[in-house]
Design a protein around this ligand. Sequence first.
Ligand code: CTP
Length: 395
Amino acid sequence: MHLKQNKHLVLGITGGIAAYKAAELVRLLVKAGIDVQVVMTTAACQFITPITMQALSGKPVFIDMWDNSISNGMPHIELSRMADAILVAPASADFIAKLMHGRADDLLSTLCLARDCPLLIAPAMNKQMWENPATQRNIAQLKADNISILGPGSGEQACGEIGLGRMLEAEDLLALVNAHFTPKLLAGKRVLITAGATLEMIDPVRAITNLSSGKMGYAIAQAAVDMGAEVTLVSGASTLSTPTGVANIKADSANAMYNAVMNNIIKQDIFIAVAAVVDYSPADQSTQKIKKSEASLTLHLRRNKDILAEVASLPDAPFCVGFAAESEHLIEHASQKRLAKKIPLIVANLVCESMGKDEANITLLDDTGAHPLARADKAMLAHELLVHISNMITQ
Ligand code: CTP
């Protein structure tokens, strides 16, 4: 996802075994379009080499306070002024203690002290060190000083012990950095999203479903949280993990999804129906496995309620957005769907170009016409869709 062009991040690496994860983190940050300048402590160089970080970030790594390659001879000022944020990952217990005291005895601690941008730290240490009252006092003070603490996570540690203290994984840190850089266009808004496929059981082992992966709905949930919204996801079948900060209500069938949406619709500002809801369910679900006997079998199917149309017709309806997955006559069918469901905005996409894929081609259809978006990954499209929605609701 390339949302953050022109964003400059100083990535500080301190001495801890989790420094190996910083290599993957740099790769993901650079891939996401973020300009990364790595600064390492001398202890960090014991765990991972500056050459590795230089190769991944595409820039020389700064370590030394007295580096004379910076023209004004003040790397701590120069590096912090060009940064939109500083992330220290991993942040060791020692570095956290140093930050708490405002000490400045190496390049990284000095530029943290001299910064005029947000500072985020991802602690990484043994669980006893993390739980030590001294570390907890330091963390409480850093929070009071408006420093964002990312993690730590829990799990097996390099020392073999299990508990809190692991540095968050690179993917999680990337998501948090993305969220940090995203303008809070939806602050104070409540957003309800349906996602994934529904599953209509025929008997205990067979079902009617479709090929929806849930990727688009989950990407929208992530982007909405990043933009400051309070997000509830009503999710059918999907193997994706729930974005941090999103309430996920599982609803397997169309009927369960309808009930979950209706139970949560009050006070929502925006409803985005992304789910591929199965239109028909077996009228009578067999409690036992259906045995094969006749040469043919007829299933009696009953039409499911149209969740989106029902929400849009509520007296106090939120701003409703639909998705139209079509196999032909895309714009014509999607436009008809928008009018039939009486919704202000519909997202048109061809099944063959988007269903189950990481990327998609989508066109936004509203009263002002068709707005095709360039093919992109679903995270990027989710962001663009929400910017469009934010513009529509604030007009
Ligand atoms: N939708 C819904 N409840 C249903 C069916 C669809 O909320 N029972 C929503 C979908 O989440 C999507 C929009 O309606 O936002 C359009 O769904 P789609 O499957 O493309 O169209 P349908 O309305 O089901 O019409 P058709 O299957 O005939 O294309």
